[in-house]
Design a protein around this ligand. Structure first.
Ligand code: AMP
Length: 274
């Protein structure tokens, strides 16, 4: 990288494209953190299971390129699957414990694919810093662990979840939702808000908090809970009693679309990228 030699600070935002305001917020923040902004766009086959939505994952490269340009991205890096995984490819990275529960339990091999592609992107781009969204909270914790465990000479920065005006967490997969499913999907953020209010009112019991969340989500049609979990913010270990703060994480099928969302309990008074 010529830029490194020139002493410029390189920031990387890894994505799978089909940009929305969540991606653009990471880019905007990334721009403030360095001198050059690289965004990778790669729908990574290694993180999709055989029955998952790799083929139908939404793609629109022309639109994404325009949005990246407007966001001041210096390089939009769009490798092909063949370039990333040429014939004979056989090396994978696993962040052992953090990858096991939550989304890792529902999507075997998913985080192995994520950790592998992210490490490859880090090696290819050689950024000083990479930005990830808290929307994929378990992923963020896994990447932080990967960077620490493998002594990667870079910083990992997390950014808060960007939501639609009615509360739905932005996601490329929201494009799959029918109007009725879109309405039902609101129950995820609504339930998280409810849990935050309950925790703010002094409720400490995991059972009572999860019960409320479950009730709010299951009263909507089209919803099927994959998991709801209250975990320690760093270790992702289950907590029984809310002490200082914890993360409430959930994954819910809405029709044939699996959505994830999460929130800090009790609610943070200030949100900023860290
Ligand atoms: P994706 O393209 O879905 O793999 O996401 C690329 C990056 O954008 C990841 O670090 C995600 O956590 C982040 N991201 C996706 N949706 C949001 C959102 N609604 N708010 C904040 N970050 C997001």
């Amino acid at each position: 990288m010529i830029w490194r030699g020139e002493g410029l600070k390189i920031v990387l935002v890894p994505t799978m494209g089909f940009f929305h305001e969540g991606h653009l917020a990471l880019m905007k923040h990334g721009r403030t953190l360095g001198d050059r902004l690289v965004v990778s766009l790669f729908v990574n086959p290694a993180q999709f299971g055989p029955s998952e939505d790799l083929q139908r994952y939404p793609r629109d490269l022309d639109r994404d390129a325009g949005l990246a340009r407007e966001a001041g991205v210096n390089v939009l890096f769009t490798p092909s699957p063949e370039q990333m995984y040429p014939e004979g490819y056989q090396t994978y990275v696993t962040v052992e414990k953090l990858s096991q529960g939550l989304c890792g339990a529902s999507r075997p091999g998913h985080f192995r694919g994520v950790a592998t592609v992210v490490l490859k992107l880090f090696n290819l781009v050689q950024p000083h810093l990479a930005v990830f969204g808290e929307k994929d909270y378990q992923q963020l914790m896994i990447i932080r662990r990967l960077a620490a465990d493998l002594n990667l000479p870079m910083d990992i920065v997390g950014c808060p979840i960007v939501r639609e005006s009615d509360g739905l967490a932005m996601s490329s997969r929201n494009a799959y939702l029918t109007p009725e499913e879109r309405a039902a999907a609101l129950s995820l953020s609504y339930a998280l808000k409810g849990a935050q209010k309950l925790a703010a009112a002094g409720e400490k019991s995991r059972e009572k908090i999860l019960d409320l969340v479950k009730r709010i989500i299951t009263r909507e049609p089209h919803t099927r809970i994959d998991y709801i979990s209250l975990v320690h913010s760093d270790t992702l270990e289950e907590v029984d009693i809310l002490k200082d703060e914890a993360r409430l994480l959930l994954a819910v099928w809405v029709g044939s679309t699996r959505l994830i969302d999460n929130a800090l309990l009790p609610e943070a008074r200030y949100t900023c990228c860290v």
